[in-house]
Design a protein around this ligand. Structure first.
Ligand SMILES: NC(=O)c1ccc[n+]([C@@H]2O[C@H](COP(=O)([O-])OP(=O)(O)OC[C@H]3O[C@@H](n4cnc5c(N)ncnc54)[C@H](OP(=O)(O)O)[C@@H]3O)[C@@H](O)[C@H]2O)c1
Length: 353
């Protein structure tokens, strides 16, 4: 089929951790795009990457790079998105931004196609935002339960993969693993820290053979930026501006897939059977929950897949209105690239929203 007459797409940040997965996803999904233009920093200009089976040259980020582009996906650091998304809009593109630059802007919808697709239609700034990967890794499952039961409170702990910190995060874990592999380390205070050295990359502490109760930067009263984002973004996506949300974010030595423990309290009493029925039929969710057979989602199995996986569904022992869940999602796919690709398709094919 010819691609002429179809909308043109730009991928800004095509060389990054999210951009790389986005190119795979664009090659796998139904092809709605005409030209796909790949954009990155001047460092990467001239590099050739493959998308839809075609070698495509990366061009540097400039104003002219957006000429003729209908939809521009931004997978770049916050400050780059803040500066260049309005440039793309001024050149006639609708921007779908994956950074944190616009997520809480009241004039920028925060879109999860399975939960609030209608919000993508009204975009006063010409920009749509993609939630943070931690929020996205659970919100499709939580949104499905909310639609049926009416959510009243969320208490969440994350186990976040290192690829949430981009290529630098992955590099750091791999280097640290090579330094501790085959040793007896992890048996005395500080032995792992001494082995991996002072440079812990984008993480506050060594991440190999360890867990680090920190993600993001320091906010008021000891909260991390990542924790505040999960709270603020869950409220915005679900349309519940006063929802009580308590979050603790933890980095774990997993390459890709964020996992979360979720305590969700609802308006009325809930049953496990009722919750299972909703989760088993919700678009974008897979219920994988048979602890007697040792069946529940783990990052090692979920990585590279699109859905939000849910297991360990239990009713809270001390509150018949609350459920306990364990949720896993690929932070680079649904947590980032897939959701932006889905939003871009809502823009290109508005009848879906
Ligand atoms: N990793 C995740 O799980 C995840 C999930 C959700 C959202 N996000 C967000 O998505 C964005 C990208 O994250 P990532 O993990 O893919 O980061 P990354 O691996 O560090 O990649 C960054 C990308 O941005 C480009 N870039 C950097 N500075 C630039 C500049 N001045 N001009 C043009 N391009 C520039 C890089 O191009 P070069 O290669 O040319 O330097 C690269 O393509 C961030 O805002 C991040 O917060 C990440």
């Amino acid at each position: 089929m010819t691609r002429s007459g179809r909308p043109a797409l730009a991928v800004v940040g095509a060389t990054g951790a999210v951009g790389t997965v986005l190119l795979q996803i664009l090659s796998q999904r139904a092809d709605v795009w005409g030209e796909i233009r790949l954009i990155a920093s001047p460092r990467s200009a001239g590099r050739k990457l493959t998308v839809r089976g075609e070698e495509t040259e990366v061009v540097a980020l400039t104003e002219e790079a957006f000429d003729g582009i209908d939809v521009a996906l931004f997978d770049v650091p916050d400050e780059v998105a803040a500066r260049w998304a309005p440039v793309a809009v001024a050149r006639g593109a609708v921007v779908v931004d994956n950074s944190g630059a616009f997520r809480m802007d009241p004039e920028v919808p925060l879109v999860v196609p399975e939960v609030n697709p209608h919000t993508a239609r009204i975009r006063p700034r010409g920009i749509l935002a993609n939630p943070n990967c931690t929020t996205l890794s659970m919100i499709v499952a939580v949104g499905a339960l909310h639609a049926e039961f009416g959510l009243r409170e969320l208490v969440v702990s994350s186990c976040q993969a290192v690829s949430g910190a981009g290529h630098a995060g992955v590099r750091t874990l791999r280097e640290q693993l090579s330094l501790v592999a085959g040793t007896e380390l992890g048996t005395g205070p500080g032995d792992v820290r001494r082995a991996v050295g002072d440079d812990t990359g984008p993480f506050a502490d060594p991440v190999a053979l360890n867990v680090v109760p920190w993600a993001g930067s320091l906010r008021e009263d000891g909260w991390s930026s990542e924790e505040m984002e999960v709270r603020d973004e869950s409220r915005k996506v679900l349309g519940l501006p006063r929802l009580p949300v308590a979050v603790t974010c933890v980095r774990v030595p997993v390459i890709t897939v964020h996992s979360l423990t979720v305590h969700a309290r609802f308006e009325h009493e809930v049953t496990v059977d009722g919750a299972r029925e909703i989760l088993a039929t919700a678009p974008g969710v897979v219920l994988y929950d048979n602890p007697a057979a040792g069946e529940f989602p783990t990052p090692a199995d979920v990585v590279g897949t699109d859905p939000t996986w849910v297991g360990r569904v239990r009713r809270a022992l001390d509150d018949p209105t609350a459920l306990e869940l364990f949720v896993c999602g690929d932070n680079l796919r649904k947590g980032a690239a897939l959701n932006t690709a889905q939003i871009a398709e809502l823009v290109a094919l508005p009848a879906r929203s």
